[in-house]
Design a protein around this ligand. Structure first.
Ligand code: ACO
Length: 323
């Protein structure tokens, strides 16, 4: 029986037009460009326009990914959309994207693992494709975190931004040159659920709520969790810090990214950084970073790309992809 691999066919991204700089934020709360850059590496982030919802961002990214893949919407039979900021409580944001693309076959659903959402979605899609159940999947990370920020809380509002990214994955049998998703590793530990959460919800408060975070606690756990799950990926594949071409981490904080790369021995020139321009876009951050590095010619066919994320829950995960 020959094996099926989930191979990357295309990549797309979308950022809302409005750019909010650290200087803009300093007009809104007691903060400064210096403080934000020094603590996080963030210089600016994009904010969705009034009336622009998560599915709008996701749809734009999905269309860009399909164009990059040279495929039509009808070629897609599965949409897995990672978000913590859906348009509505239900239906899933993924079905709005499905309708927006004019797709009436297959399945579309949302998946929620906060900042680890894209890695969770990639792993989920990979398993559906490898099982032979679906043929081509849009894996999307899309967020409007600006809608769950308390804009008077300087400890959180400076960190996040809005955006979307999408990947087209295709089930390919016996791919000769070893391309595709090589391994994925997902973890969570609900003991930490109160370290980073939204203080509202359908069943608890009947309201949306605002993001709350114990920043130091998140920081304290992040590097260990990230590096552990990357070691799992290396052990599963025999690859290592030397053999990977690109490290595309979740873009939460420059200090977390740098410390993780140093601990793993990954050379700085292999690390893709977009947190300076995008802020933390949660589930969208990895596909946005992938799209940036693909567009400028860094990530090329055949490259070995390491992805990782960590976020609320806590959830964390890694993936190794031969591009
Ligand atoms: N501007 C100016 N001062 C600020 C700001 C701000 N935006 N925010 C907090 N401060 C102040 C605090 O009030 C505090 O003042 P005090 O000493 O007078 O009480 C001081 O700065 C230090 O605050 P800390 O919270 O200790 O600052 P720290 O150095 O830990 O940096 C940060 C805060 C950036 C949030 C850091 O803890 C961090 O990066 N944590 C990781 C959190 C993260 O990345 N979350 C993203 C979601 S999770 C994920 O995606 C991995």
């Amino acid at each position: 029986m020959s094996a099926i691999r989930s191979v990357v066919r295309g990549l797309g991204a979308y950022l809302p037009g409005r750019c909010l700089t650290n200087a803009d934020l300093a007009q809104m709360v007691d903060t400064s460009d210096d403080w934000i850059v020094q603590r996080t590496g963030i210089r600016e982030r994009h904010i969705a326009a009034e009336g622009e919802v998560t599915s709008d961002l996701a749809l734009a990214a999905a269309k860009a990914a399909l164009a990059d893949a040279g495929l039509e919407p009808g070629d897609i039979d599965l949409i897995v959309l990672a978000t913590s900021t859906p348009d509505n409580t239900f239906p899933a944001t993924a079905v709005s994207v499905q309708a927006g693309l004019g797709i009436t076959h297959g399945a579309a659903f949302d998946l929620q693992a906060v900042c680890s959402g894209f890695v969770y979605a990639l792993a989920t899609a990979d398993n559906f494709l490898k099982s032979g159940q679906y043929r081509r999947c849009l894996v999307i990370g899309a967020e409007t975190f600006s809608r769950i920020l308390d804009w008077s809380d300087r400890t959180t509002c400076v960190l996040f931004g809005d955006g979307a990214g999408a990947l087209v994955l295709e089930a390919v049998r016996d791919e000769a040159d070893g391309r595709g998703v090589l391994t994925t590793h997902l973890r969570s530990d609900g003991r930490f659920k109160n370290k980073l959460f939204v203080d509202g919800g359908v069943s608890s408060t009947r309201s949306v709520g605002y993001l709350r975070m114990e920043g130091r606690e998140v920081f304290r756990h992040a590097v260990g969790m990230i590096t552990d799950v990357i070691v799992d990926a290396f052990e599963a594949t025999g690859e290592d810090a030397e053999t990977i071409d690109w490290f595309v981490p979740h873009q939460a904080n420059r200090r977390i990214i740098d410390a993780s790369a140093v601990k793993l021995g990954i050379a700085p020139e292999k690390v893709v950084i977009t947190v300076d321009r995008h802020g933390n876009t949660s589930a969208a951050s990895i596909p946005l970073a992938l799209a940036a590095a693909h567009a400028d010619g860094r990530i090329k066919r055949g490259d070995l790309v390491l992805l990782e994320a960590m976020g609320g829950g806590f959830t964390w995960g890694s993936a190794l992809v031969r591009w």
